[in-house]
Design a protein around this ligand. Structure first.
Ligand SMILES: [Zn+2]
Length: 495
């Protein structure tokens, strides 16, 4: 582990204790304004918001695993005590916490952990509605691999899918003898490896996690990280191209699973836009994504089963670059980011679909929207010295010319279907701007603004289950129409 960013790290022998010294900026008499906890399988975030910048030091203790954080320049107050009650039983990382005045003007928070964590502690300057934030991100020592999570979810769903030979489950079962067809299906291949391990095949899958964690499959270790300077690896890098894994092919071409990455915008610290009645974009888009996920998981393309992969499936923040990286890790065929933003005037209404542009925006409204969406990382809070920021920077230089052509076709198919359900369209064609979340160079990627949550009528629509169902139906038909005209088997999965 190398020293990096704003912090110095001292790893003691054995690795069980790590002393991390935060930046020393004395905050005299700071007031705590709010405390928030965002538990998620990827990581749990604790945010302490204050009127001036807080300085902290933290100490990780190995067994039992604990994290002690000393916040300097403040006295214990009711807001900080609230943290204790904000830890939920299902938190994957935090069992509970204690808070106390450790010394004059030093408050100590001790987190009792469910597993060893690698903390990232950083400060955020005031932005949007937030004042200063001290952020404690607790990551697992071994990052969750999106592909393994996708497999685990699929195996959990398997009993519900039935056992008929026509089911999607039967379609991805490994053949007894390796096929000579190329390995074009990373999910099927990984599942085949899994089922060839000793013991009866799942379901239920073997788990390595505790009772409060989502099941995690025992699978081969993920490849090494792309970058080695960050203390945390939130997402492993994309696997090597199938050709490089020669000899392991077990899935035939007809077994190929079509993976659609769904990206519900915002989450956690970043609420997205808020409607006049208080509806939050981050909640609505997650609901729409769940509905679309159900349709995709029940769908197929030319007999090939489809599978949805969600870049987030709960209320927590995922940096823009990590969303792209997750989709690339599962070698998604498509990437669909789902939003419902506000505009500067409540009169604005209608759905829009955006693709990436590498050379300026197609309209000033598109540019405005892209800037707004790209601010998600500032509001959500990214550690500028951390892994997520490096991921984002790495994506900037990649060429996306071919991707944009496909994305325009996908967006056009979706716009046509959205129009078909009677929803207004803000614009009649796919717009383009420099959306950071659409920068996967190898995955057709669109961002769907389902409606303007700032418009009272559209906000009311977005809250309705039947409207969300219609929206999910339209997006699904758009995806199917795209695949009908652009068969996924014609695409190369080489990364
Ligand atoms: Zn949005």
């Amino acid at each position: 582990m190398k020293a990096g960013g704003l912090k110095r790290r001292v790893l003691l022998q054995g690795g069980s204790i790590a002393l991390m010294l935060g930046v020393h900026q004395i905050a005299r008499g700071a007031s705590i304004l709010a405390v928030r906890v965002w538990p998620a399988a990827d990581y749990t975030r604790v945010t302490i918001e204050s009127d001036t910048r807080l300085s902290s030091q933290q100490l990780v203790v190995g067994s039992p695993p604990r994290l002690a954080v000393d916040i300097e320049g403040i006295d214990l107050n009711p807001e900080l005590r609230e943290l204790v009650g904000k830890i939920k039983p299902g938190d994957p990382y935090i069992n509970g916490l204690r808070v106390g005045q450790n010394a004059p003007k030093v408050v100590r928070i001790v987190f009792d952990l469910k597993q060893a964590v690698v903390p990232q502690v950083f400060s955020l300057a005031p932005v949007a509605a937030y004042k200063h934030r001290l952020v404690l991100d607790l990551y697992p020592e071994q990052a969750i691999d999106p592909m393994e999570a996708l497999i685990a979810e699929r195996l959990r769903d398997a009993p519900r899918a039935g056992s008929s030979s026509g089911s999607a489950v039967a379609g991805i079962a490994p053949s007894p003898a390796p096929s000579s067809a190329p390995a074009v299906d990373p999910l099927g291949e990984l599942m085949a490896q899994q089922s060839m391990r000793p013991g009866p095949p799942a379901p239920p899958p073997p788990v390595t996690s505790g009772p409060d964690r989502p099941p995690v499959l025992v699978v081969p270790a993920p490849p090494p990280p792309v970058v080695g300077t960050a203390p945390v690896r939130p997402v492993p890098p994309p696997p090597p191209p199938p050709a490089a894994r020669g000899g392991t092919a077990t899935a035939s071409r007809t077994d190929r699973i079509i993976i659609v990455a769904l990206d519900p915008g915002h989450g956690g610290e970043d609420p997205g836009a808020t409607g006049p009645s208080g509806t939050r974009e981050k909640d609505i888009v997650l609901q729409v994504a769940f509905r679309l996920r159900d349709r995709i998981n029940a769908g197929s393309v030319s007999g090939n089963p489809m599978r949805a992969f969600l870049t987030r499936d709960a209320d927590f923040f995922v940096p823009l670059g990590v969303r792209v990286q997750k989709a690339r890790r599962v070698q998604a065929d498509l990437f669909v980011s789902i939003h419902a933003d506000a505009f500067t005037t409540p009169a604005a209404r209608g759905a829009s679909v955006f693709a990436l542009s590498q050379s300026g925006a197609s309209s000033s409204a598109a540019r405005w929207m892209a800037n707004k969406e790209n601010d998600a990382d500032k509001v959500g809070g990214v550690n500028v010295g951390g892994h997520e920021a490096q991921v984002q920077r790495a994506l900037l230089d990649m060429s996306t010319t071919a991707q944009i052509n496909d994305s325009l076709k996908l967006g056009g198919a979706m716009l046509g279907e959205i129009k078909g359900i009677g929803a207004r369209l803000h614009k009649g064609q796919v717009e383009q701007a420099g959306f950071a979340v659409l920068k996967a160079p190898d995955i057709p990627s669109v961002l769907v603004e389902t409606a303007f949550i700032s418009n009272p009528e559209e906000e009311a629509n977005l809250r309705r289950a039947d409207y969300q169902e219609n929206l999910a139906d339209a997006l699904m038909r758009g995806i199917q129409r795209y695949f009908a005209q652009n068969p996924p088997l014609a695409r190369s999965r080489q990364l």
